[in-house]
Design a protein around this ligand. Structure first.
Ligand code: PLP
Length: 390
């Protein structure tokens, strides 16, 4: 990848992925000459409103839902918060206060609101997927479950949830509960039309599929009890107030459409790159494990745990060599904190302290993989020599 700072091997697509050229081109007119507020009544406003409507239609098409179910938000975090808090608030307003349930490996955008509302957090298996027995126990033993949130793809280790099984369980054991899925990491790897019939609410974030940062989507199935968490001018049919980010919304639609169209060609290409990357690291280095078996995870995920080194020291050497990767998920402080996902999966400290998350995406090339292999192998050998291990 060529950047103004040189030649980077960017393997952090789960943190964010570059905007697609088509998305940039789609948004530019709305940052310049077509700048009207779509809530206005004049012709200029109607032009912006038409652009938002068309974007909504395109997003709905990629999701396989009616356009009226698509709510544009300010980010994936907002969509997740709105799903948990919005459903609990609606239940409370209807005189039926209750509880939220989620697995322990959810993104903090789900986990923190669930914990904030005193919800129930359930165990995950060794691949980071919700433990269906633990979920069934929680649904049977927790009174008044109002919302269950289970992510479609884990952002840290890439594991894929069996949402068919989750949906069947929730519908059987908590038929009144709303089912939400955080599908923020999903659009590049799976057809969203398969997911939407299984759930009531779906969260997306544009910057994970080649759209801009600061635009999210929350799909709200008709009839779902839901109160807005942001109130004001009544935009988005009273479900999310705030002047529309027209340029961002238009770019989101362009990026999602392109992602949906390219997926079938991209999957085998990225799988081959990921397999070569991981297979070579496993062949070149002793004491490295692939954290989640390949059949359980998405093509773009290359998460490994390396014994005898610390992630922080490894990432420092990778950064010096212009290889961008991460240990856990990205967080605002940039501080290295122990991964709650690996802890929930039961990965021993000796392995999890050497976690390395490399995530591939639409711009990943053979050269990126070559460079990452060379740099990771060299850095691990140097660190192990320094620490006295073999
Ligand atoms: N959910 C998952 C699974 C994510 O990976 C992320 C981003 O890292 C989010 C939610 C939050 O999305 P955003 O960055 O748009 O707030």
């Amino acid at each position: 990848m060529n950047t103004s700072t040189g030649t980077l091997a960017y393997l952090d697509h789960a943190a964010t992925t570059p905007m697609r050229a088509g998305a940039v081109a789609a948004m530019l007119p709305f940052l310049t000459e077509r700048y009207a507020n779509p809530s206005g009544s004049h012709r200029f406003a109607r032009d912006a409103r038409r652009a938002v409507d068309e974007a909504r239609d395109a997003v709905a098409e990629a999701l396989g839902v009616p356009p009226g179910w698509v709510v544009f938000t300010g980010c994936g975090t907002e969509s997740d918060n709105a799903a948990i808090t919005g459903v609990l608030a609606a239940a409370a307003a209807a005189g039926r206060p209750g509880t939220a349930v989620c697995p322990a490996a959810e993104h903090h955008a789900v986990l923190h609101p669930v914990e904030h509302h005193g919800g129930r957090v359930v165990a995950v298996d060794r691949s980071g997927r919700v433990d269906l027995d633990a979920l069934a126990d929680a649904l049977r033993s927790t009174p008044d479950v109002r919302v269950v949130s289970v992510m479609a793809v884990n952002n840290e280790v890439g594991s894929i949830t069996d949402l068919v099984a989750v949906s069947a369980l929730v519908r059987e054991l908590a038929p009144d509960a709303v089912l939400h899925t955080d599908a923020v990491q999903t659009p590049s790897w799976a057809d969203l039309r398969i997911i939407t019939p299984l759930v009531d609410l779906v969260s997306l974030s544009a910057h994970k599929f080649g759209g801009p940062k600061g635009v999210g989507v929350l799909v709200v199935r008709d009839g779902t009890p839901f109160e807005p968490i942001i109130m004001g001018g009544g935009q988005e049919r009273e479900r999310r107030s705030g002047t529309h980010n027209v340029a961002g919304i238009v770019a989101t639609a362009a990026a999602l459409t392109e992602t949906d169209t390219d997926r079938a060609d991209e999957l085998p290409r990225i799988t081959r790159l990921r397999d070569r990357l991981v297979d070579t690291l496993l062949a070149e280095l002793d004491d490295v494990i692939e954290t989640v078996p390949r059949p359980d995870k998405v093509a773009g995920s290359a998460h490994v745990c390396i014994a005898g080194i610390e992630s922080e020291a490894l990432l420092f050497l990778l950064d010096q060599a212009e290889v961008c990767a991460s240990a856990a998920s990205a967080c605002a402080s940039g501080a290295m904190e122990p991964s709650h996902v690996l802890a929930a999966m039961g990965v021993e400290r000796g392995w999890s302290s050497g976690a390395l998350r490399m995530s591939l995406g639409a711009t990943t090339t053979e050269a990126d993989v070559d460079r990452a292999i060379e740099v990771v192998v060299d850095a691990v050998r140097r660190l192990r020599r320094g620490s006295g291990s073999s």
